[in-house]
Design a protein. Sequence first.
Length: 764
Amino acid sequence: MKIKNYDYLNQEMDVSEQFYTLGNVHFCAQKLDGFSPESGIGTLNYTRYERKGRIGFNLYSTPFEPTNSWSFPPRYSDTPTYPLSVDLISDNVVRIRTTCVLGQDALPDHDDASLILNGRPGKLSLTPTVHDDNRTLYKTDKMEVEVRYNPFHIIVRDSNGRELVRTLNLDDSKCLGTFYPMPFSYVRSATDLHKYPAVSLSLHPNEHFYGCGESFTPVDKRGQKVTLWAKDANGVETDSMYKPVPFYISSRGYGVLYHTTHPVSVDFGKEYAEAQTAFMADENIDFFIFVGEPKEVLGAYTGLTGRSPVPPLWSYGLWMSRITYKTEEEVREVSKKLRENKVPCDVIHLDTGWFQNDWLCDYKFSDRFDDPKKMIGDLKEAGHRISLWQIPYFTPGNPLYDELIEKGLAVAGNDSPIPTDDAILDFSNPDAVNWYQERLKELFDMGVAAIKADFGEAAPITGRYHSGRSGLAEHNLYPLRYNKAVFEITEKTHGEGQGVIWGRSAWAGSQRYPLHWGGDCENTNMGMLSSLRGGLSFGASGFGFWSHDVGGFVYPSEEELYIRWTFFGIFTSHMRCHGQPPKEPWAFSDSFLNEFRRLLELRYRLMPYIYAQSIDCSNRGLPLLRGMYIEHPKDPSCAGLDDQYYFGNDMIIAPLFEEERRRMVYLPAGAWVELGTNKVLEGEKWYDMEATVFPGLAFVKGNAVIPVVDVALTTDDIDWSTLRCVQFAGGNAPQTGLMIDYANKSIHAIDGHMPVIQSAEESF
């Protein structure tokens, strides 16, 4: 049985439980009064219900029943009313807001303070196409939005008038029980009178859902209930998430963002097949609906919440790590052996052991490092930058513990100085952020290139925050505040375009502060597949760049799994080998070392393609690692595929998730060229294929032109004068591809007039 949130510290809060608790009172939205078509504002009326125990045919159930309040004094309305607004943000985005805060006559405006939004959203003027006693209809070039008054519905259609989604009313129930589907409603808790809204939307046959953050369960969320609560997942093979995001995409042609930092549970037809319901702890309801195909939806969503800037080129090289390097001698030896073994690499990461005491983060190098500044400088000369681990939780033995509490920089308790044994840095306090950034700047001034923003999922719900907001509001927001603090001081110190973090936790908006990795994955085939599922869901949530611990984290990597995972790693936006030692390739067999080197050389040769595609992704709000459904939303074979993916616009990658060197692969419409063999394959077909060249399968779009360079041991060593284009076969397919102008950090479409074009047969 799963531990309930109220049993132990920082377990998931499943808000939906409130709606099935006897004694809680339900208020269901029934009608909309006084709606003004010019302002988009009306008054939403609710009616009171309770769940009543019923026995029928030896079955006990709890359906809704209309009830009158039994309260004293009798001044609490059984038919409360609250304001509701409908705004057109753009020609394919509608925003719907209401509230259930008692006595609130106007909707609060928190847009300027919102960390999720990348600035205040604009608005289109509201000019109804239809307005009468029953409804108001708005039309743009890309969508229709209909507001119906009684019973209350908001219906969103595409530009052709096809219904995409609508809000659900209690009258929409067609089942024998009177409690399915959950209507647009809120419940008042008998425990503390807090109100929990439910935004219930329609769900159609053959509809699929993607996103919700870095979710490790199957990528199609239909039939699942996803709890959006930041948690140390301790692995990737459960439904817990380090990086929940209250945004998702529907295959029907729309996406939804719940603009909140409070806990949210989204039921995608698990409880009832015809409803998608978001249960929220936020008493203010604010959600956006984006209309279009997946790429349009992602573009609109990231236009609203911000896009991932392109990380610096060196970050795309290999990050070599283990848990953990503890001495200067170890670090220098790793740098030396990377060069001696001719393994391309750009970053050496020092995890928990660079302090005097392992895990005890005080931002100071141990005396086991004779001269850390000189070491960092020497390694930089060799092309190896340094990344450092740290944590925003300070145990009682930490020398900074008392200072954080005395200065009020830690999350406070209600009846004690702090709510947990650790002093947890309060990122809602500007003084705490300044204190923290000063510690990081000292390290950056020594030459450190990047900070690993580990943890961040345990902001206590019982804490008292400097912002004045509750732990309900701050728990999921903590990762975003944390990501922002690390990224901004990194870029401020190193310069624009050099900002990069290595973050484990996230929330909507964190994509503005790349990059993130998938946490502590198991060293198993399923751990590898679950990592990919998480990355694909994360990409569908607006994040451009993502990584994972190549080879798995928890135990020492088995050689055979490690090399298959390395293939997956070279076709991920960023690549780090990390986990229990050994991780260095020379610690394994000679054949492993040779294959590892060959794969890294392939990645470094493809660096112009990777970087060009990254710029394109940043410009358009797309993920570099993207689900097949994003590119082919109308192809039913792509709907649930989560063991292969697009890497940029022109490549499909199919890692091997089992020991045998063959697997089924689906290739969509068009011609595809197998990388390594140069076999041309016809699309819209499944293939049972053996991996004969690499420990995995990769395919290039027919007639694509891929920019490459000569192999270098670091990105600093790349000779950009060797930049050339490789032409793949493809019959009569139009030529595709992007060329990078690295000096100007710009891209342009390949037009067939590049000075050097080689065939794939010559190059791969």
